[in-house]
Design a protein around this ligand. Sequence first.
Ligand SMILES: Cc1cc2nc3c(=O)[nH]c(=O)nc-3n(C[C@H](O)[C@H](O)[C@H](O)COP(=O)(O)O)c2cc1C
Length: 332
Amino acid sequence: MTTTTPSATCPVDLALVAEVAALAPSVHNSQPWQFVVGDGRLDIYGDPTRRLRSLDPDLRLLHISCGAAAELARLAIRSAGRAADIDWRPDPGTPMLLARIRVGEPQPASDLDRELVAAIPRRYTDRGPYDGNPVAPDLVAEMTHAVSSYGLALRLVQDSGERATLAMLLSDAENAEATDTHYAEEIGYWVHAGADGVPIMAVAPWPDHVVPDLPLRQWLPDGRHLHLPAGGPPEVLRDTVVTVVADGDGPLDWLTTGAAVAWLQLRATVDGLATQPLGPATDFAAARIRLARDLGLVGHPQFVMRIGRGSGRPWTGRRDPSEVTIEPKPAP
Ligand SMILES: Cc1cc2nc3c(=O)[nH]c(=O)nc-3n(C[C@H](O)[C@H](O)[C@H](O)COP(=O)(O)O)c2cc1C
């Protein structure tokens, strides 16, 4: 862990804030970001050299990932008892400067802000079966309210017709992606243990006796259920699924989606719940348009995610802070 001390002008250790931000979720754990510590501010740049060339040609997933990192930075500064504001894309001449988070006046953190920050190291993507219980309506209501404060809408996908529609869309999108050799090579590359990528333990196939009612991203070529288990047909699990919907479909919508998703995932973690994005539903514009049309959504769905009680934390690495954070040189 970096041990810079806060400067006289900024009482918050922004190198440490960057380390917290780097725990954010990112597509395929690509961590496509660079943090630059400034005077009383942290800048987050998207790093296009780490983009997914096949899955993310327009850098949409990179923006969502960096938006999530910005939200973690904001919460870390809030929990240090300071106001924190995010300026999205503050310099039109520098399009990869995606967020600037400024340390503001003293402002006591709320209990929830503190709980959310405490949840950051516990948050993880759980791709296994959840316990089958729906998320409590009060929590869904709280999440819906919170997402609206990001200028976005949260919508449950729960009635059986909508689930069938989403299942078909996910299946078509997954098939289109998986039969693309560039996509297959790319996902094959990112399934690995180390400082980035998704370790094989985190994508283990489900046990034979349960299946999700919605197809999840296939990380391994042989990950499908191909045979009936000896004990009879598997039980079908229907998790709580939500979609985050934006008014538009551009960089600002992607960044705020990332921030809202980070908040949602942490809020779920506070209550002992885990999440998994259902990426193929929104990876490409054609899928997003079809999802909006088939579910009657007003706006542009940006993210679909299941939420439930998972079964444990698979280890997912992060790059060394020295690789992702640039700090000012100390005065000689
Ligand atoms: C934009 C975005 C899309 C993602 N899509 C998927 C997905 O389709 N399926 C999945 O299992 N995980 C998905 N993830 C989760 C990442 O794989 C995960 O955040 C990353 O591997 C880091 O692991 P962690 O969340 O456990 O820290 C996505 C994450 C982001 C930010």
